[in-house]
Structures are given as C-alpha cells and as structure tokens.
Design a protein around this ligand. Structure first.
Ligand code: URP
Ligand code: ZN
Ligand code: ZN
Length: 473
C-alpha cells in the first residue's frame, strides 16, 4: 500500500487551524499529528503550504442537454477542471427525462462512470409527479441517491405545482431524504417573457428583466412554508437575492430545517453584466441581481445563514462556431450564440466548477469576508455533511478518504480562460488577480494535480452511493 507523509504544512479545517503532519496510506488518511512514523513513506515537504480537505461541489450539470445543445463540459472535462480548482467531489443532477428513475440513473451512469475524474454523486430532478413517481422516490436510496431537486419555475418543462412539491417534501422526509428547491416564479416569468418578445425586447438583459427578484423572494418563502407544513428539510439552491436570504433566515429563526446555497456568480456580478455586448456569457437562472444582493449574500456566508457555496456549473461556449483546443483536439459545441437574436434561446448556465475555490479564497478569505475555516466549511465540510458524505469527504481525520488540497497561499496569478480548465471559450473572472491557488491535489491518496500537470485519468472517479438521514446544518 502506498504511503505518503505530508510534512511541514498548516492544516485548515472547518473548525481550526494547526500545524501537523498528515499520513496517507492507500486511499485513506491514516494519521494526523506531530512526528508521525515516516517508515516506508514518501515524504512530501509542504512547508509554507496549507492543507485542506478536497472541495465538495454539490451542484454541477455535466453533459446536460439544453436548448438544442449540451453543456460543454462532460463528466471528464468538468471533473478535471474541478480537480485543478481543488474540488475532488461533485454532485451532478440527473434529469427525469426518461420513462423511469432507473432509466434516468442508468443513462447518467453511462455518461459518467467511464469518464469521471473525481468522485461523484447524483441528485435526482423531480420534474413530473404522479402516483408511480411518488412511490419510486424512496427506491432512489437503493441507487445511492438521497437528494431530489424540484422547481417553482420553467413552466411546462421542469416546474411542479405547490401541492406536488409538498408531496415530494413529505415523502422525502419520511425516508430521510433531502429536497432541494430552485426558487423563481414560473407564472410571472411566462407573462413577462411573452410581453418582452411581443415588444421586440430580445437582448440578454431581458433575461433578468423577465425574471424579477421578487419571484425568488416569494418562492424561497413558499418553499420554506411548504417545508414547514410537510415537516421536511429543504435546501434552497443557487440563492441570488437579499430578500430570498431574508426568507431563509425567517425559517431558520423559527427552527425550521431549511438551508441555503449560493454560488460565486451571485457574489460578484449584477444584472448590469447582461447589458454588455458579450452579456450572454452571464446568462443563468436565476439571474445575478444587484450589488446590494451581492453584499447581503456575502453577509449570509459570514454569519452562517447560508451553508454552502456550490457552482451550478453548466457551461456553454460563448461562440460555439469557433473551436478551441482541448487536449490536442479542436472542439466546438453550439452555445450562447444560439440566442444571438433572442434571449430566450440562449442556453442558461455558466462555467465555474474550477473557479469556485481559487476565486473564493482571494475575494472571500483574502478580503476578510470569510475566514479560512469558513472557506473550508462552505466549500467542503458543510456540503459533505448536508449531502451524506461526511466524514468520508470534507474532513482531515484518520479514516477519511485521502482527498487533499495542498494550497499555496503565496501563488499569484492573473486568472482567466487560460488557467481555468473548463471546456469552454470564456471565463467570467478573466483578468482577475488571484493570490492563493491549489498546488497539489490528491484523490483518495493519488496525486491527480501537480502544479500545472494533470496526472488524473478518465474513469478513476468513483460513484458515491449515499445513505439517507444526513444532518441539517
Ligand atoms: O442557468 C442555470 N442555472 N442552468 C442550470 C439549471 C439550473 O436551474 O440549475
Ligand atoms: Zn436550478
Ligand atoms: Zn443547477
């Protein structure tokens, strides 16, 4: 069994910061402490470096069909990008677009298993409900899936009615599963989109103008209230508004088991970005809002009202007619240009899985908005706990998987598409100055990223079958 001793580093966990050595044996962390027995181990000097548990991104969409194209990262390219950014576990969403959950899961395994480059789990979208589907929900646990996503928007495509969401929440809670909510108001969006199109308003900024912030605010409260009535836990994904956060706090103040995730894009960008000539790059749902919303979400991370930072990674090319080079091949995948003449045809989604940790380190920890320990909690330990992976993931303790990021706090670089490894032609953080970056990344004891070198391979990532009954944070 391979043995590696990381010596001289500073460990950062969700709770504390301390000097210690870490001994990796095979796939596991064998010991954490001082003066560990290094007999037979390869000793790696990590003096001046930080050691953190590998990141857990609870929200990705790899190889996802949308609007006559597909998200441009598949389960290999996306997970490789994740690894370069310090993330060693992702949880990807399975669409319900098949005859049965089993067929949907089989289809997603067929996409993911041979390509996965880091460990991964699945969430199941519930976008159509009847008695058969309700009965099938508990059986998802047998397939290692304990989390369900429902939508209050995308009428006629993904949305469930409130009574249906209530039923999903209830059956999920009965079986120790967690319901996740995409909170926007689908009815209002439909009216506003129809009016915008009729008036000839076709530019990207109308994406945000037809999805008002109030729709997110009221549907977060609706979700919280439905969860209360169903006596069920709820996790609100990709939270984008100060008002939505207020509603989450309203529920948490009443001891309801409700949690929230935000994503880096909602911390840094606003509706104004959609007005740029390349505004389509920022199109995602829900949209980015205002600087006041950015600020409020930072405060929510700092005060513990929000539990995680995911990415909602769902990239598309900005110009999918122009190939990029990816691992020596020319690749072009139709993308945002599909909606050049009509914002409703722009595929919704952004790259981000590799950006999350480096961007949050510099602009969150570096600017004092969150501490280094909160950074670990938000990007690794909390998602591991909420999604039933802890302490196997998200922890630097003996017995945990040896998923480790050796972080160089002094590395400075100008970030952008050339650094991020996503398979797309742009990056939202182009030209941003970073200080602090992953140097080495281990997946279950194997070094998969060493500086700029990729040592991982397709198929080495393992499916994580999860157990019900995860805690609510
Ligand atoms: O625009 C986005 N977020 N695309 C991915 C699907 C979703 O709703 O999370
Ligand atoms: Zn969503
Ligand atoms: Zn999503």
């Amino acid at each position: 069994m391979s043995k590696i001793l990381l010596r001289g580093g500073t460990l950062i966990t969700a709770a504390e910061t301390f000097q210690a050595e870490v001994l990796l044996e095979g796939e596991k962390i064998a010991a954490v402490g001082k003066d560990l027995d290094a007999a037979g181990a390869e000793v790696v000097d990590v003096s001046g470096r930080l050691i953190m548990p590998g990141g857990v991104d609870p929200h990705t969409h790899f190889d996802l069909p949308m609007f006559n194209t597909v998200s441009s990262d598949d389960h290999y390219t996306g997970m490789k990008a994740a690894a370069f950014g310090g993330t060693t576990t992702v949880i990807d969403f399975v669409p319900q677009d098949f005859e049965s959950f089993d067929q949907a899961i089989d289809a997603w395994h067929a996409k993911a298993d041979g390509k996965a480059a880091v460990d991964f789990g699945f969430h199941m979208n519930v976008t159509h409900l009847d008695e058969k589907v309700l009965r099938a929900i508990p059986r998802l646990v047998e397939r290692g899936i304990t989390t369900l996503k429902v939508f209050t928007a995308y009428n006629g495509r993904l949305r469930l009615q409130d009574g249906e969401i209530f039923q999903v929440l209830r059956v999920a809670a009965e079986h120790g599963m967690l319901t996740m909510l995409h909170a926007e108001n689908g009815d209002v969006i439909d009216v506003l989109v129809a009016e915008a199109l009729a008036a000839g308003h076709l530019s990207p900024d109308w994406h945000a103008r037809t999805r008002p912030a109030w729709g997110a605010v009221e549907s977060v409260l609706r979700g919280v209230a439905l969860a209360a009535q169903a006596q069920a836990p709820l996790y609100v994904v990709h939270m984008n508004t100060a008002g939505g956060l207020d509603q989450l706090r309203y529920g948490r103040a009443r001891d309801l088991p409700v949690m929230g995730e935000t994503c880096p894009q909602y911390l840094f960008f606003t509706e104004e970005h959609l007005k740029r000539p390349d505004g389509a790059k920022w199109i995602c749902s829900p949209p980015m809002r205002t600087q006041a919303d950015n600020q409020a979400l930072w405060e929510g991370l700092g005060d513990g009202s929000l539990q995680t930072v995911g990415t909602d990674h769902c990239p598309f090319f900005f110009d999918g007619t122009r190939p990029i080079e990816y691992e020596g091949q020319q690749v072009a995948i139709p993308g945002k240009e599909l909606g050049a003449a009509d914002f409703t045809k722009i595929p919704n989604g952004l790259p981000g899985v590799g950006d999350r940790m480096p961007i949050l380190w510099t602009y969150g920890v570096g600017s004092g908005r969150v501490t280094a320990n909160q950074f670990v909690a938000l990007t690794s330990t909390n998602p591991a706990k909420i999604f039933g992976l802890y302490p196997r993931k998200g922890a630097l303790v003996p017995g945990a998987d040896a998923d480790i990021v050796v972080w160089d706090p002094d590395r400075q670089l100008t970030y952008g598409v050339a650094h991020a490894r996503h398979r797309t032609d742009y990056n939202l953080y182009e030209g941003w100055e970073l200080k602090g970056y992953p140097e080495k990344v281990y997946l279950r004891g194997q070094l998969i990223v060493d500086g700029e070198q990729w040592l991982g391979r397709a198929g080495m990532g393992r499916f994580l079958a999860r157990q019900p009954g995860a805690p609510v944070l």
